[in-house]
Design a binder for this molecule. Structure first.
Ligand code: G4P
Ligand code: NA
Ligand code: NA
Length: 193
């Protein structure tokens, strides 16, 4: 998505070897016009699917997920993160290891908001190692719901998340696909998408 790639080039900052800081429009300050355009783009990419629900993880997935939900006119549910796993019968839960932050997060979704009738589109801000998405997939399985696809704002193709999801035959659509960081510059996989 050209608008997003241009924004990343303008406002993204490469930190170290493999982290892109985008707190000017996505991870801290949020640009609602850009989010709305991304929501429309997710709707276009998954228009053949009968989506009934959008799932994401708090906090940075919420903004793009809500705008995707607006475009599809379906509810958006965000998994909540908590540190200690207190087993709760009314929740679906999964453990998510963050390679970036080197911590385990437990994520959970109330059984009230996900059922076997749901056809789910997962949305997240970054696809890096894929652990957050894997956690959501295990929750979708536990609910007996159907995964229809995964929509990502920024994918780092050189980390292992994309391969994990491709192996499972999941339709993954990323609005920006980063091939590499070179000398502090972002190189996109497909600059014409
Ligand atoms: P994964 O989600 O694909 O498994 O990757 P990883 O464990 O490496 O990511 C952990 C956290 O770091 C996630 O946020 C993820 O969105 C974020 N992240 C990964 N790579 C980047 C990057 O290049 N830039 C930025 N800005 N974030 C990145 P989180 O812990 O769920 O936090 P939140 O921001 O959603 O609250
Ligand atoms: Na995230
Ligand atoms: Na994040």
């Amino acid at each position: 998505m050209r608008l997003l790639e241009e924004r990343i080039k303008k406002d993204g900052q490469v930190l170290g070897q493999d982290v892109l800081k985008v707190d000017n429009f996505l991870n801290h300050q949020v640009d609602p016009d850009l989010m709305a355009a991304m929501g429309e783009e997710f709707q276009r990419l998954f228009q053949d699917k009968q989506i009934t629900k959008i799932l994401t993880v708090e906090s940075s997935g919420i903004a793009p997920a809500v705008f995707a939900g607006l475009a599809f006119h379906v509810p958006v549910v965000f998994a909540r993160k908590h540190k200690s796993l207190t087993l709760q019968d009314n929740m679906y839960s999964a453990t998510v290891y963050s390679y970036t932050k080197k911590v385990n997060n437990h994520i959970s979704i109330s059984k009230k908001f996900l059922s076997a009738d749901d056809r789910v589109l997962v949305i997240d801000d970054f696809l890096a190692n894929g652990q957050a998405v894997e956690g959501l997939l295990s929750i979708i399985d536990a609910a007996g719901a159907q995964l229809e696809g995964v929509g990502i704002v920024i994918e780092k193709t050189f980390q292992k998340g994309r391969a994990l999801l491709d192996q499972r035959g999941i339709q993954v659509e990323s609005l920006a696909r980063i091939a590499a960081f070179e000398n502090g510059q972002v190189i996109f996989l497909d600059e014409n998408k």
